[in-house]
Every structure is written in structure tokens, then in C-alpha cells.
Design a protein around this ligand. Structure first.
Ligand SMILES: Cc1cc2nc3c(=O)[nH]c(=O)nc-3n(C[C@H](O)[C@H](O)[C@H](O)COP(=O)(O)OP(=O)(O)OC[C@H]3O[C@@H](n4cnc5c(N)ncnc54)[C@H](O)[C@@H]3O)c2cc1C
Length: 473
């Protein structure tokens, strides 16, 4: 046995090999041995690999900055350290810390029209740049490369930031932009999903240069990320060719539809026919692909952060009945950093943005579906994974209310099956939308029926509780 050496424990053995890498790429940028590389795995999700196996046992930096490792601090600890002592700060278990919250939109030309919701992320990034508070911002834009349709880049001009407007339901990774921040002195802002924000905060604590240089982190509320196969499947559902998909725009506004029924535009290039563009709306099947958890990365099944709790400000769609009908779009913003609050207040006074105060209860209500999936269903998913012999990432189960109805538990089991099987079946069936839909038809029908029954059950329980209050008090 003498010559056999156990592999060094690193993010590859502890996170990626177990299927929980979300592909943020931070570890790749920070690995001192340069042994980690990132690329798409067979499910179309970014994942790290250990190319040379040359890392040192005493290093562990990858495990300390990984948002899904068991060796890094959680959002509660990071949030407390960042915001816990600020004057006027408040806290809710669902949202983490916050100074204030509002609903609104940008009034600057093009921001709202091209933005995912109210265009307020683009507004804030431009404001940070124009006020001279940062030199560059890291955001995500389209590349024109069919293999990697979106990527992070560092922007130093407002028009570059504007070109990145909109939400990207496609994997992206940060190794290049974080590498850029490490190489070049400067002040940076970054926009990211909750797990990416957490990773950057962790990295800022371990790497002093990054800690000094990253001045602002803007978070996007996130229900789940999707693998790159999601775009292919939507393209095929709309009649396009998933094999030759070139470009995508995931949030196309339509003046004739509500904000929540946005379109996804996909451009493919079919042999001898030039480019073909298809537009598929949310209610034309995308809603089911999204909420039944087709092409959802395994890491997202174990995420408990809805509101990007460690970001300086978090941005989301105003999914409340009074706003979601307006096709122009409204954003809700949760602010944790006093400087960001002052900037936005000043811009509102100047008339550059619309900013109406919104109660925290309404902010939480706007994300009720996401909270259900991330906080209430997580313990059940952990149980299913453990049943299958998987060791799941440590998450804040103490924040999760695990009392689920029998219907809900069944839904979790079925959507777990969908997220586990959909990528493999999509590829095995040759990306043929017809065969794919036929194969999953019964499973999808069961999920739909159970959701309806669960909804009726919830209404009945609500009526019963109300009746009890009236009758017995
Ligand atoms: C995968 C994903 C899931 C989401 N889930 C929800 C949800 O469940 N509920 C909800 O209310 N909101 C969700 N959002 C956020 C929402 O879609 C909008 O991004 C948010 O309302 C801000 O809109 P805006 O008009 O202010 O932003 P814009 O002005 O359009 O600016 C958006 C900015 O986000 C950046 N960006 C886009 N995609 C990514 C990405 N994948 N990673 C990092 N940066 C990116 C762009 O570069 C741009 O700078 C999600 C976003 C993503 C990307």
C-alpha cells in the first residue's frame, strides 16, 4: 500500500465530484497552484476539474471560497459581519439584513425598455461609475459565440453596461473577471446571483487585494439557474433548431402582454436557410420547464438564499398583482448599504428614478414561490438525496419550515426526478422537442395535477382557519 496516496481534498473532490459545483469559477481564479480549470459538463453546467492534481494539502483556499462547500461561512455569519452593526439595520430570516426597500424603475432612456424588470441594476451600475465610486463593473453580456453565449466582462463605459441589460438564464462564470481584478489595481462593482455574491464575499475575506478592490456587490434575487440546455429546449419548443442555436435574449417585453408573460427570443442558423428567429412566451410552455425544474443544476436544489443576502443591494422582479400586469416592468430593491441608499435617494429626488417605499412584507410576498422552493422544499430534497446515498451540502436548515403537505412532498419528489433526468434525456433523444415532451408528458401531468390539488388544499385550510377564528373567538 506504501505508494498509494489519497488525493488531496479540494473543491473538485469535495464539491464538483459530488455534483454540487455551480460553476462560479472563483476557485479557478484563486487557486495558487493553477490546477483547477472550468468548463461545461455533460449537463451544460459549468463545473471545475482538477487538471493536474498539483494542489497542496495545506492550501484549501478553494474550499474556503466555494459557496457550496462545507468549509465556508454561511450567509448568516457573513451578513452579520457586513451589515449587523449598521445604524437603522433590520433583519428578517427570509431576506437577511436590510436598511430599506422600494419598488420602482429607471427613467433614463432605454434602461427600463431593455432591462429585465425596471432597469434599476443598469441604472445603479452606471451611477456608481458616473459618481466616480468605481472604475469598472463586472456584469454579464451576450458574446455571439454559440458555445458560450453569455459571459462576464469588465465594463468601464455606460454604453458597455447598457449592452449587458436583461437577465441571463444561462450559465456564466467569473474566473476571468476575478483574475482581471487581481491583476489590475482599481475599484470594482460586480453584479451576481446569490451564490456568486457569497463566493465573492468569501474571497474578499481571504484575498486582501480583492477585499480592497471590490467596492460594491449588487445581487439578483434567484429562483434557480438553468443549464445551457434550457435555451436549446425553449428554442426547439418554438420551432427553432437547437443544434444551431446562436443567440438568446431571455427577457423580451411585449406591450400586449403582462410583465410576467415576457418572451424569450432565440436565433438559430439552419443549414442553407440563414438565421431563424423564434419568440416563445413564458405562458407558452416556459413556465412549466422553469417551475417543474427541467435543466436545473443540482447545486440549485440545495440553495437557501433567495435575496442575495450578502449583497449591498438586491434586485428582483415586482411579482405582485399591482405591478406584474404592467408590461413595462417594475423592480423591487432591497438595500443594505447606506451609501447605495443615499445615492438612490438622491437620484429619486432628481427625478432620474421612480422609487416608492415598499413594506418588507410585500417584498417577501413578491417571492413567495421562490421561498417555497428554496426554504420549504429544501429539507425534503435533502432527505431524497440522502436516501439516494448522496452527502448534501450543509445549508441553513434551521431557517426552513419543513412542514409540507403530502401533495407537496410528492411534487418535490417528481420535480427532483425531472431535474435529475432531463439533461441526460434531452441529449439521448437527440434534442428532439417532440420526443422529449412525449417522454415527460405523464410526469408533467402528474406534477400539474398535484399542484392544483395542493392549491385547493391550501385554500380549504385557509377557509377553515378563518372560520375557526370567526366561530370560536
Ligand atoms: C438566473 C436568474 C434567476 C432569477 N430569478 C428571479 C426570481 O426568481 N425572482 C425575481 O424576482 N427575480 C429573479 N431574477 C432577477 C430578475 O430577473 C432581474 O434580474 C432583476 O429584477 C433586475 O432587473 P433590472 O431590470 O433592474 O436589471 P437590468 O437593468 O436588466 O440589469 C440586469 C443586470 O444583471 C446582469 N445579469 C444578468 N444575468 C446575470 C447572471 N446570470 N449572472 C450575473 N449577472 C447577470 C446583467 O449583466 C445586468 O447588468 C433572476 C435573475 C437571473 C439571472
Amino acid at each position: 500500500m506504501g505508494g498509494m496516496m489519497a488525493p488531496v481534498r479540494n473543491v473538485f473532490t469535495e464539491v464538483a465530484e459530488r455534483g454540487f459545483c455551480i460553476g462560479c469559477g472563483l476557485c479557478v481564479a484563486l487557486c495558487p497552484a493553477g490546477t483547477l480549470v472550468i468548463g461545461f459538463n455533460e449537463s451544460g453546467v459549468y463545473s471545475v476539474r482538477d487538471k493536474a492534481g498539483t494542489c497542496s494539502e495545506n492550501c484549501n483556499i478553494c474550499l474556503r471560497v466555494c459557496p457550496f462547500s462545507d468549509y465556508s461561512e454561511d450567509e448568516d455569519a457573513l451578513g452579520k459581519e457586513l451589515f449587523g452593526a449598521l445604524g437603522g439595520i433590520r433583519h428578517r430570516p427570509e431576506t437577511g439584513y436590510y436598511l430599506g426597500s422600494f419598488v420602482g424603475y429607471s427613467k433614463v432612456d432605454g434602461h427600463r425598455e431593455n432591462g429585465a424588470s425596471g432597469g434599476l441594476v443598469t441604472f445603479a451600475l452606471e451611477a456608481l461609475l458616473s459618481e466616480g465610486l468605481v472604475d469598472k463593473v463586472a456584469c454579464v453580456g451576450s458574446t455571439g459565440d454559440p458555445v458560450k453565449m453569455f459571459k462576464y466582462s469588465l465594463c468601464s463605459a455606460p454604453e458597455e453596461i447598457r449592452a449587458c441589460s436583461g437577465s441571463c438564464y444561462y450559465p456564466v462564470e467569473m474566473s476571468e473577471v476575478i483574475g482581471g481584478m487581481l491583476r489590475e489595481e482599481g475599484r470594482y462593482a460586480l453584479v451576481g446571483l446569490p451564490c456568486f455574491c457569497k463566493g465573492v464575499r468569501l474571497a474578499m475575506r481571504r484575498v486582501p487585494a480583492l477585499g480592497r478592490r471590490v467596492k460594491f456587490i449588487l445581487g439578483l434575487v434567484c429562483g434557480q439557474l438553468k443549464s445551457k440546455l434550457f435555451a436549446e429546449c425553449v428554442c426547439a419548443l418554438g420551432g427553432g433548431d437547437p443544434h444551431t442555436l446562436r443567440r438568446a435574449a431571455f427577457r423580451v417585453k411585449d406591450p400586449g402582454r403582462s410583465a410576467s408573460d415576457f418572451g424569450i427570443r432565440l436565433v438559430s442558423r439552419e443549414a442553407g436557410q440563414g438565421e431563424r428567429e423564434v419568440l416563445v412566451h413564458w405562458t407558452e410552455g416556459v413556465d412549466r420547464i422553469w417551475s417543474d425544474r427541467y435543466f436545473t443544476p443540482q447545486a440549485c436544489n440545495f440553495c437557501d438564499d433567495v435575496f442575495a443576502e450578502v449583497a449591498d443591494a438586491s434586485y428582483m422582479d415586482a411579482w405582485l398583482p399591482r405591478y406584474s400586469g404592467d408590461p413595462r416592468g417594475h423592480s423591487i430593491v432591497l438595500v443594505r448599504n447606506g451609501q447605495v441608499w443615499d445615492i438612490l435617494g438622491g437620484e429619486s429626488a432628481k427625478g432620474a428614478i421612480e422609487m416608492r417605499q415598499l413594506e418588507i412584507g410585500d417584498v417577501i410576498a413578491s417571492q413567495s414561490g421562490v421561498l417555497e422552493a428554496k426554504r420549504r422544499e429544501l429539507p425534503e430534497r435533502s432527505r431524497l438525496a440522502e436516501e439516494a446515498g448522496q452527502r448534501v451540502p450543509k445549508k441553513r436548515l434551521q431557517l426552513c419550515d419543513s412542514r409540507l403537505s403530502a401533495f407537496r412532498k410528492r411534487i418535490v419528489r417528481l420535480t427532483w426526478e425531472v431535474s435529475g433526468r432531463s439533461a441526460e434525456r434531452w441529449l439521448k433523444l437527440g434534442k428532439d422537442a417532440g420526443r422529449f415532451v412525449r417522454e415527460f408528458r405523464f410526469l408533467s401531468w402528474k406534477i400539474l395535477m398535484l399542484r392544483r390539488i395542493d392549491q385547493c388544499f391550501k385554500i380549504a385550510v385557509g377557509v377553515w382557519r378563518k372560520a375557526q377564528r370567526v366561530l370560536f373567538h
